[in-house]
Design a protein around this ligand. Structure first.
Ligand SMILES: [Zn+2]
Length: 171
């Protein structure tokens, strides 16, 4: 039998997480995004050959999958857990174009509203429109345009298989 090292690593990580989940409060599974470990691993495994950071991150994720029940017991452990997982997710985003679910919808909507607000404010300032008309119109346009373009971009990310199934953290 040929043992595929890549797969055996993933199997080990999956088993660690399943066992660890039984040791912690179910609310913490959601709060600390425990499933994110495995999701990040699934994307990390694709880049092991050509990315040194992903090779390091593989060990980080495996360690987190083993130790998270103990880590979540202390405040410093919780911080360490969040920091390490965040840094892996951040690397996937910046180097490999992997984005959390709804990432662009959130970002583009905010940008759309900001641009709409500025446009409306400028038009009202130059007295082309009343402040009320300008703001309601352009904030609305910005919101909708931002949301739609974000949805389009998010769908492209999903189609390309580069989505992490978690809600973006807005902190
Ligand atoms: Zn990488």
């Amino acid at each position: 039998m040929i043992v595929n090292l890549r797969d055996s690593w993933m199997v080990q990580l999956h088993q660690n997480i399943m066992q660890g989940k039984e040791k912690i409060n179910p609310r913490d599974i959601t709060f600390f995004n425990i499933d994110m470990i495995e999701q990040a691993a699934r994307h990390t495994v694709l880049h092991l050959k050509d990315c040194d950071t992903c090779q390091t991150n593989r060990d980080v994720l495996l360690e987190l999958s083993k130790k998270f029940p103990e880590m979540l017991n202390t405040i410093s452990g919780r911080r360490e857990f969040t920091n390490k997982l965040d840094s892996v997710v951040k690397h996937l985003r910046l180097k490999h174009g992997v984005y959390p679910k709804g990432f662009f919808t959130g970002v583009y909507t905010l940008i759309g509203v900001a641009l709409g607000g500025i446009t409306g404010w400028l038009l009202a300032k130059t007295q082309v429109l009343s402040m009320y008309a300008a703001m309601t119109t352009f904030l609305g346009i910005g919101l909708i345009a931002g949301w739609i373009s974000g949805q389009v971009k998010d769908r492209q990310i999903t189609k390309a298989g580069k989505r992490l199934d978690m809600e973006p953290k807005l902190s």
